[in-house]
Design a protein around this ligand. Structure first.
Ligand code: SAM
Length: 231
């Protein structure tokens, strides 16, 4: 399957394994991952955030309940919300999540946004688990037609050492553990380059109830809600 589908499948597998109830996707773009996740029966709250309102709205109606959802109400409740805003800003709507995914997001952030990202996601949102994926630049020589970056909007592409040292320093600072993996395995004989997409899976080491998280973090809203569906 294409690489983006492997990334989404990686998240679906993780959801199947850990059964998070509240999941947010940062940089959700056209909401394809959120749409896939709405079929995971463990999930009760789904949220998406993107800085580009238009791309988010393109196919957001896929997230609305279908007639069958009303005729045969499911056992679980599900709320899906889309927010327009930046991962450089804190908003209380992102508190109390079990899993936050950032798929191919960080390499699109400006330097000033990337600097704020750890404090916003790990310090403020502080979910139980965070998944971050980004290109592994060591794989680029194997990609036909890629001479510099894989995409003109990428602000950087990191090798494994660069990504891992960034991730490890965040984990140390915000009291998370982190493990590295990826999707898109290298061809036989080229194993040295690693996965095409590198992935860090962070798990919070301290426990926190959503109540204390909210209580300690009075913050004004910074995002605009652009879509909400209640199943
Ligand atoms: N996660 C999706 C996926 O894997 O298919 C989309 C990845 S796309 C390459 C990167 C997305 O990040 C874009 O939709 C872009 O608008 C969004 N983005 C860029 N900067 C952002 C920011 N500061 N805050 C939130 N989203 C941002």
């Amino acid at each position: 399957p294409p690489l983006y589908k492997q990334r989404y499948q990686f998240i679906k597998d993780l959801v199947g394994k850990y059964k998070p109830k509240k999941v947010a996707d940062l940089g959700c773009a056209d909401c394809t991952l959120l749409w896939m996740l709405k079929f995971c029966s463990c999930i009760e709250v789904l949220a998406g955030l993107d800085i580009c309102e238009n791309v988010m709205k393109e196919k957001m109606h896929r997230l609305s309940p279908l007639p069958g959802d009303y005729l045969q109400p499911a056992e679980r409740s599900l709320t899906v919300t889309l927010h327009h805003g930046s991962v450089a800003h804190k908003d209380p709507c992102m508190l109390g999540f079990d899993l936050i995914t950032c798929i191919e997001l960080i390499e699109h952030l400006e330097e000033s946004e990337l600097e704020k990202f750890p404090e916003v996601v790990f310090g403020f949102m502080a979910p139980t688990m965070v998944v971050i994926s980004t290109p592994n630049s060591e794989f680029n020589p194997l990609l036909p037609g890629v001479t510099f970056f894989r995409h003109p909007d990428h602000k950087f592409e990191w090798n494994r050492a660069e990504f891992q040292s960034w991730a490890l320093s965040i984990a140390r600072c915000y009291d998370y553990s982190v493990e590295f993996t990826g999707v898109g395995p290298p061809p036989t004989g080229m194993e040295d380059v690693g996965f095409c997409t590198q992935i860090g899976v962070f798990v919070r080491k301290y426990s926190q109830t959503s109540e204390t998280a909210h209580f300690e973090k009075p913050t004004k809203a910074a995002y605009k809600t652009v879509f909400k569906a209640v199943y």
